[in-house]
Design a protein around this ligand. Structure first.
Ligand SMILES: Nc1ncnc2c1ncn2[C@@H]1O[C@H](COP(=O)(O)OP(=O)(O)OP(=O)(O)O)[C@@H](O)[C@H]1O
Length: 260
């Protein structure tokens, strides 16, 4: 079981300081949602966590190791990131694209074995892509490509899974499928961090929520505690509250814009 920790992380982009001393723990066995208004720094924080962006101060560690001290292969075996960047070149199938996740794990020159094929098949099935496995990735919809990106990351078999808006472009059924899958992966022991705009989904599907506002982490903890009326009003500009229904099921009610 692996924990990823950001300690006092600051980061700069284009000469501007975007993150201001963020502390965040991504614990195994849990799905953590990173939420915040547009431009609050969610993608930037995620990028520092998989070493796509250097920190200007602070530290990102996996267990106790600074990620900048890890060899590329070790990092790739531990941390998998599914990002919003364009999935791929054309001319390769969904299966081939997902196989690339195994290459990250195995190295370019190690032969692809039957165990790798099994992992790819299992992942394709788990993400609901088996029927599309032989399609060219460029012949897919935005939502289908999103699932290919998630599948390729899972083929890496990471211990920490980072996902940038994995429910973006997905219809409601697929959004729930992805969130259910993330819950299953967390139950298997993975540490899962995803950026998410849908606060209702964060309340219903995530174990923890971390709120970024202007590059500061302003709250972190259980969704029903973190997404209180004051945070909804001051950070998201809406009137709302988390309600507990029958059987302890929690939902977020948003009544309108703050100040209405
Ligand atoms: N290359 C860049 N140079 C300067 N500023 C940048 C650069 N890229 C992003 N930013 C700024 O950094 C801030 C944080 O961006 P980031 O993409 O991390 O936010 P976000 O919370 O993921 O936003 P969204 O919800 O809209 O995806 C924004 O104000 C953005 O304009």
């Amino acid at each position: 079981m692996t924990t990823l920790t950001a300690s006092e992380v600051s980061a700069r982009l284009g000469g501007r300081q975007i993150l201001h001393g963020v502390d965040l723990t991504v614990a195994p066995g849990r799905v953590t949602a990173l939420v915040g208004p547009n431009g609050s720094g969610k993608t930037t924080l995620l990028r520092t966590c998989y070493r796509a962006l250097p920190v200007s101060a602070g530290l990102v560690t996996i267990d106790d190791a600074d990620i900048h001290s890890l060899r590329r292969r070790t990092l790739a075996r531990t941390v998998g990131a599914s990002t919003q960047e364009p999935v791929s070149l054309g001319g390769i199938t969904v299966r081939e694209s997902v196989r690339l996740g195994r290459t990250v794990k195995r190295g370019l020159f190690e032969p692809f074995g039957t165990d790798d094929s099994q992992v790819v098949d299992t992942v394709l099935a788990r993400v609901g892509l088996t029927a599309l496995a032989d399609r060219d990735v460029l012949a897919l919809s935005g939502g289908e490509r999103q699932r290919v990106s998630i599948a390729r990351t899972l083929a890496q078999q990471p211990e920490v899974l980072l996902l940038d808006e994995p429910t973006n472009h997905l219809d409601l059924h697929q959004q729930l499928s992805v969130l259910t899958l993330l819950r299953e992966l967390a139950a298997d022991g993975l540490a899962v961090l995803l950026t998410l705009h849908d606060l209702r989904m964060a309340v219903e599907y995530c174990d923890a929520v971390a709120v970024l506002h202007h590059g500061n982490l302003v709250a972190t903890g259980p969704p029903e505690e973190v997404l209180c009326a004051a945070v909804l009003r001051e950070v998201f500009g809406v009137r709302g509250e988390v309600r507990e229904g029958a059987g302890g099921h929690r939902t977020l009610d948003v009544m309108g814009l703050a100040g209405e």
